[in-house]
Design a protein around this ligand. Structure first.
Ligand SMILES: Cc1cc2nc3c(=O)[nH]c(=O)nc-3n(C[C@H](O)[C@H](O)[C@H](O)COP(=O)(O)OP(=O)(O)OC[C@H]3O[C@@H](n4cnc5c(N)ncnc54)[C@H](O)[C@@H]3O)c2cc1C
Length: 370
């Protein structure tokens, strides 16, 4: 069985890996480069139980376990490690007097008021390396990577039979839409509910090996009145990732055209200098922005697409796309090859739950491209 996957982010490559592991003939189509979008620019933070009590609980728990197994079994070079995770504030005078933990790499402006996770419940990967690692492992199992832009689908008797590319066509028995926020473009090819893109900005610092595996989720009130929620993740490769400024700027059609909003990077740099003397003096390796894919009800879209036999979707993972990539890939492989997912119940994520092509939602999501 040949499965064609469109999109070389964490989701598409994880689906490719699990299908190839099961012996399917897999071709992954990526228009720019593997991990060129959010999957290369996100935090890569993983949590076992932060989705507990929501429909995503089983997916997240299975994925947290799979991340540990994949890093070991594939001898992954994506800097997987366990973290201790804290919550706190930056610059709140009252909070500074009631801190519960003292970290030696932050300024006195940072007050830690609680521990959110331990090395048993929180971890991280380098997301670009993880995504490339999944593609590499898929390739070692026979999957092929095709750099081209998908422009539509081939149909025969109401069944999807392949993908139209900017430079030809590719036949397949099943097609998986895993285009992140650009999955919205596939709503022109299929009865697919809208997917939106929410923008986030981040900096990557060259901090060296000095920072411990401590992740921070902080709150900060900017003088201009905005509330920011910076996240700080020192990584095993000697870099430190910080994100913290979101916006609703429209998603450009070409992922390579995603650039930071005016002023966002300067605001983030100023915040980093207040948070840590090490960040204040470290070289900045990347100043970047990316879009996380979100759906109308905030849950991922994973499953067979109604009224289009042979078509599947896996996107809309919002802030947990790196965490949930392995279990999504595993469940998609089961769904496509066995007819039903066994490891995780995909029912809450089925595309049929959202009103496909609801005019109001489509109008909002047509913001794609401005
Ligand atoms: C600032 C920020 C921080 C984050 N931090 C975390 C975190 O700590 N932990 C976590 O779990 N998640 C995090 N996320 C969320 C996570 O990054 C995303 O959910 C995840 O990367 C989405 O992966 P994806 O594969 O669905 O999409 P993407 O990574 O967007 O990949 C989609 C791919 O499809 C390709 N494509 C698009 N159109 C076409 C086409 N026509 N033809 C061929 N290819 C096409 C694109 O080029 C792209 O490579 C964060 C997100 C942001 C924005």
């Amino acid at each position: 069985m040949r499965v064609v996957i469109i999109g070389g982010g964490a989701i598409g490559t994880s689906v490719a890996y699990h299908l190839a592991e099961r012996g399917a003939d897999v071709v992954l189509i990526e228009r720019n480069a593997v991990a060129c979008a959010a999957s290369g620019k996100s935090g890569g933070f993983l949590a076992l139980d932060w989705c507990d009590g929501t429909p995503v609980e089983a997916l997240a728990r299975r994925s947290f376990t799979l991340h540990a197994e994949l890093a070991e079994e594939l001898e992954g070079d994506w800097s997987y490690r366990r973290m201790t995770t804290y919550a706190g504030t930056v610059g709140y005078a009252a909070a500074r007097t009631s801190r519960t933990a003292r970290l030696n790499w932050v300024t006195s402006e940072v007050a830690i008021h609680s521990q959110l996770g331990s090395s048993g419940t929180t971890a991280q990967v380098h997301p670009a390396a993880f995504t490339s690692g999944m593609m590499r492992a898929a390739g070692e199992r026979g999957a092929k990577l095709l750099l081209s832009r998908a422009t539509g689908l081939l149909y025969r008797d109401g069944r999807v039979t392949g993908v139209c590319l900017e430079d030809g066509t590719l036949k397949g028995d099943a097609v998986v839409i895993a285009m992140g926020p650009w999955s919205m473009l596939a709503a022109g090819w299929l009865p697919l509910p809208p997917v939106y893109g929410l923008k986030g900005h981040s900096l990557v610092f060259e901090t060296g090996a000095s920072l411990p595996p401590e992740a921070l989720f902080l709150e900060y009130a900017e003088q201009a009145g905005s509330m920011l929620t910076p996240e700080v993740f020192p990584r095993a490769d000697g870099t430190t990732y910080v994100c913290g400024i979101s916006s609703e700027s429209p998603v450009p059609i070409d992922p390579d055209q995603v650039v930071p909003d005016d002023g966002a990077i300067d605001r983030l740099k100023a915040l980093c200098a207040r948070m840590s003397p090490i960040l204040a003096r470290s070289k900045i390796l990347a100043s970047q922005a990316c879009y996380r894919p979100v759906t109308g009800d905030g849950l991922p879209l994973i499953g067979a697409i109604p009224h289009a036999q042979g078509a599947y979707v896996a996107t809309g993972h919002s802030v947990w796309g790196i965490l949930n990539a392995p279990a999504t890939g595993e469940a998609m492989a089961e769904l496509i090859l066995d007819g039903a997912a066994r490891t995780v119940d995909l029912l809450p994520f089925g595309p049929a739950r959202l009103a496909a092509l609801d005019p109001a939602r489509v109008a909002i999501s047509r913001r794609l491209g401005g």
